[in-house]
Design a protein around this ligand. Structure first.
Ligand code: RB5
Length: 148
């Protein structure tokens, strides 16, 4: 399950992404919003809570730049959010960081580029191995027990 959310600045892109997910037959939970104005931290918190609860395994968060969403999302335990504006970073944040949330800026990427970024993010598996150790180190920082 994928969870998706946007603020008002990215509502149009969110609807485009939901259509993309439907075409790929990937089930999703829509955390909104079509309200304007709206506050991106509210949406980020609601969407990331779905990952924390296990209802969703990946998240897609959209705002004007993607930056507000990534800042809010990464404050939540267990969330590894990456903001991407090209497919290379989207691919490698899955391979190396096991990122579970993709953030994009609707004022940064167009719908065609967003689809390529989604292809890279959603269809790339984490490599594990030496990268698992580093992801574990991120978790240790989060939990306040980093021994480095
Ligand atoms: C809304 O105007 C804008 O600030 C928001 O979408 C986002 O880009 C913040 O980081």
């Amino acid at each position: 399950m994928i969870v998706i959310g946007s603020d008002h600045a990215a509502a149009d892109l969110r609807h485009i992404v939901m259509k993309y997910l439907e075409e790929k037959q990937l089930p999703y939970i829509d955390c909104g919003t079509d309200e304007s104005p709206s506050d991106y931290p509210v949406i980020a918190k609601a969407a990331c809570a779905k990952i924390q609860s296990g209802e969703a395994v990946r998240g897609i968060l959209l705002c004007g730049t993607g930056i507000g969403m990534i800042l809010a999302a990464n404050k939540m335990k267990g969330i590894r959010a990456a903001v991407c504006s090209e497919p290379y970073s989207a691919r490698f944040t899955r391979l190396h960081n096991d990122a579970n949330v993709l953030c994009m800026g609707a004022r940064v990427v167009g719908s065609g580029l967003a689809a390529e970024i989604l292809d890279a993010f959603l269809f790339t598996d984490f490599e594990g191995g030496r990268h698992q150790r580093r992801v574990d180190m991120i978790t240790a920082i989060e939990e306040g027990n980093a021994a480095f």
